[in-house]
Design a protein around this ligand. Sequence first.
Ligand SMILES: Nc1ncnc2c1ncn2[C@@H]1O[C@H](COP(=O)(O)OP(=O)(O)OP(=O)(O)O)[C@@H](O)[C@H]1O
Ligand SMILES: [Mg+2]
Length: 253
Amino acid sequence: MSTEKKDNSAILIRNLVKKFEDITAVDELNLEIKQGELFGLLGPNGAGKTTTINILSGLLEPTKGTGLVRGFDVTKDQQKIKSLIGLCPQKAAVFNFLTGRENIELFGNLHSIAKKDLEERIEILLEKLELVEASKRQAKGYSGGMLRKLNLIIALINDPQIAFLDEPTVGLDPRARRATWEFIRSLKKKDKTIILTTHYIEEAEALSDRVGIIDYGKLIALGTPKELMRKYKTKNLEEVFLKITGRRILEGI
Ligand SMILES: Nc1ncnc2c1ncn2[C@@H]1O[C@H](COP(=O)(O)OP(=O)(O)OP(=O)(O)O)[C@@H](O)[C@H]1O
Ligand SMILES: [Mg+2]
């Protein structure tokens, strides 16, 4: 029974703690995310979402506790985990003097993807995210939305089993945001596990199989959007959020 459960989990977090000097960003966090699940990680500014994602992607060391990605330990099996995941970071990270396309090729080569596969994937992703024309230009002149899209493509270039998307739709216009939602949905159809953080509550409500709300580094609610609305007797997820955190999700942004 316990082995079955472990096999089925994409992410397993047990008593995870991350301290930055006097700040406890992640505070005894426990969470399991199943394979193939689209999980919405919600919480107010400073709740610990990015810190959690950065620990799971190996960018930060935990202070205490365990993080497993497909059973691999974040503190020990970095190489293995890197081949399984893709990260679209909250802060865009690209090389300004390369074109969009060159940036994608560079990251693709770091993953040792065969040239033909890489070119095919690049064409598909540029097309889907409507970045074909812009990809010929240097990234230094990109608008905020173009940078987000480029980061999303880079995150997915290795066709990862598990994708961490940290606010992938910030700064996108409504049409591009909808296109990105469709794209995220298409990943789910390919049985990918997606961990999505967002402050757009309707996005979380529409896309997520389950959502987890964290505040002050602790998980304070977990369930499908419908379950949470029922439990807290509200009409939408925004009200659930307000009820349990005392804040609006977009407050302070
Ligand atoms: N490198 C760091 N040094 C010091 N404090 C940090 C560092 N990174 C994060 N923190 C602090 O940890 C807490 C959690 O930050 P985190 O970025 O994880 O929040 P978040 O939930 O992603 O917020 P947001 O919605 O604003 O992106 C905050 O108080 C933040 O200031
Ligand atoms: Mg964040």
